[in-house]
Write a protein that binds this ligand. Structure first.
Ligand SMILES: [Zn+2]
Length: 150
């Protein structure tokens, strides 16, 4: 028996995004360890992105594969009951993501998407995030060297 009413259940689901999920904490500690400073849940940017690095005009979004429909991912399953309800819900999520991505780009922000399935020990950090960190770390290093030479 289902102990939650439909309303209650969808309320629970809508709450999921705003909690500190494990994958998000992992990404945050990775950035922090590498000397990056960021702000969390910035309300004035499209989609209220989770992790914002103002210095690099970069936003890191951690997306749950199931909710945000990671293409070709094994976590992107379709529930076997209430299929129509889910289809509509998922479609809305995907469209919202698309819109936020576009709006961020328009404002000159770079977006790095980290999918939930990329936050396993084996796959983390995903290439785009690793590249971002490596590139800016190298830059920082260079700047520090220049400063000491002057
Ligand atoms: Zn995935």
């Amino acid at each position: 028996m289902d102990i939650f009413s439909k309303e209650k259940r969808s309320w629970n689901m809508s709450r999921i995004r705003s909690t500190d999920t494990k994958p998000e904490v992992l990404v945050r500690s990775f950035l922090h360890k590498n000397g990056f400073r960021f702000r969390l849940h910035v309300k004035k940017l499209p989609g209220h992105p989770d992790i914002v690095l103002p210095k690099y005009k970069t936003v890191v979004e951690v997306r749950g594969c199931f909710w945000h429909r990671h293409p070709k991912c094994k976590l992107t399953t379709m529930p076997s009951s209430n299929t129509e309800f889910w289809k509509t819900k998922f479609q809305r999520n995907v469209e919202r993501d698309k819109k936020h991505t576009k709006d961020l780009k328009k404002l000159g922000w770079h977006l790095i998407i980290v999918w939930e399935c990329e936050t396993t020990k084996k796959k983390f950090p995903p290439k785009e995030l690793a590249d971002f960190v490596a590139m800016h770390k190298a830059e920082k290093h260079l700047q520090q060297n220049r400063r000491t030479q002057c």
